[in-house]
Design a protein around this ligand. Structure first.
Ligand code: FES
Length: 411
């Protein structure tokens, strides 16, 4: 506060002062000396002022248009991935650049508008202030408000309704453009996956690739062969090469005898429609992408364990899940019930399944129950059986959701 002004103002005195008086007092209290001040347009109805207002308004309008364009691109532009040679690749490839261009231009136009407004309408002023320490007292607070009011009035924005509207529109549109992309992260976890199948959820939280979506359609336990699509010359114009996926089978069906006693293998859901192995192999079938989708599904991996027969005799079944295993074969979700790491380690001697992230241990002989570490729930067990051809398949869905806890999980 100023050293020169020592008078203490009462609340009544402050309330009785006009805004101008308070603003002036404020500058004095803050040791501010206004050395020079000049209104940009001192005369009313100056045509130059109207031109300046139009020019500023135009920049804010452009800012709003680009921000709205950003939202429109987000909502309506074709965004689904297109591979080389596919129809619509050109439009799809513009998706991300358009986001950048629209948002960049919106911010640029709003910025130019703000700079122009300041240069055209805020009074030219040179003020000098001395620094001082300590908290502000009541008089400082009141006068600061008055100074802000004064700035608002001298900026002439208060009486420029059209410009105010355009600036507001630009700011709101830019704000919406920033907020809109968050919408893509929000999903409805209760949206039914398939009608009539009593499946809860759309794949987020409630379901996995093992969740049946069509009545009577089998989901096999798929072994990952590690085979990849081959690169060939003479393909798409753009690169001169292509990947041949026809006849490439990444997941194959498993028979119980494919696994030794005491072994564990990670398996993935293999839908009946995309089986392409053994007697069903067709060199022209194109199932590679469907197999890769299954492998990449974040809740799809399942540990198929073949217990040693002597151990299997000691296994304890969970109530209601007594028939989930097939002989010595047990299938547990690989997703840790602590915070979702893959529980990749099976220790044959102790029949424990270990999660490397925080050292939770689950007992494979005791329906995947946690016996050590932070995990509090058993690994969900997948009910399995063998079909007429001798292949292992899931005879139902998991009876609880896979992975860590969330707000509505019942188990
Ligand atoms: S995620 Fe498995 S113990 Fe933490």
């Amino acid at each position: 506060m100023s050293d020169k002004i020592t008078k203490k103002y009462t609340s009544e005195e402050l309330a009785a002062m006009s805004n101008d008086e308070l603003a002036r007092l404020g500058t004095e209290l803050d040791d501010v000396t206004v050395a020079y001040r000049k209104q940009r347009f001192p005369m009313d109805n100056d045509p130059e002022e109207k031109r300046a207002a139009r020019s500023v308004g135009l920049w804010f309008l452009l800012g709003a248009v680009f921000a709205i364009a950003f939202i429109a691109v987000y909502l309506f532009w074709p965004w689904k991935y297109k591979g080389l040679g596919e129809d619509g690749l050109w439009l799809y490839s513009l998706y991300t650049p358009l986001f950048g261009a629209c948002m960049g231009l919106a911010i640029l136009c709003l910025g130019i508008g703000a700079v122009k407004f300041t240069k055209k309408f805020i009074p030219e002023e040179i003020s000098v202030q001395r620094r001082h320490d300590g908290p502000s007292d009541e008089v400082d607070q009141k006068t600061l408000v008055a100074l802000l009011n004064d700035s608002w009035e001298t900026s002439t924005l208060g009486r420029r309704k059209v410009l105010k509207g355009i600036m507001g529109t630009g700011a709101v549109a830019a704000g919406l453009a920033l907020i809109f992309p968050i919408g893509g992260m929000i999903k409805n976890p209760w949206k039914p996956k398939a009608k009539g199948m009593d499946v809860q959820g759309d794949g987020t939280l409630w379901t996995t690739g093992w969740t049946p979506t069509e009545k009577g359609k089998k989901v096999y336990l798929g072994r990952d062969t590690g085979v990849t699509a081959e690169k060939h010359e003479g393909g798409y114009e753009a690169t001169g090469e292509t990947y041949e996926t026809r006849g490439v089978t990444r997941l194959v069906r498993l028979r119980p005898e494919d696994l030794n006693a005491g072994a564990m293998e990670t398996v993935f859901p293999l839908l009946e429609d995309v089986v392409n192995d053994h007697d069903k192999y067709d060199k022209n079938a194109d199932v590679y992408e469907a197999h890769m989708e299954s492998i990449h599904g974040s809740r799809n991996s399942v540990m198929l364990i073949r217990l040693r027969h002597s151990d299997a005799k000691r296994a304890i079944q969970r109530k209601g899940q007594e028939d989930f295993h097939f002989g010595d074969y047990y299938a547990y979700s690989k997703i840790c019930t602590h915070i979702g790491c893959p529980t990749s380690l099976y220790e044959q001697q102790t029949n424990r399944i270990l999660c490397p992230c925080h050292q939770s241990q689950f007992d494979a002989l005791h329906y995947g129950k946690p016996v050590f570490g932070p995990a509090a729930r058993p690994l969900p067990q997948l009910p399995i059986a063998v079909d007429d051809e001798g292949f292992l398949y899931a005879k139902g869905n998991f009876v609880e959701s896979v992975g860590p806890a969330f707000w509505e999980r019942r188990s």
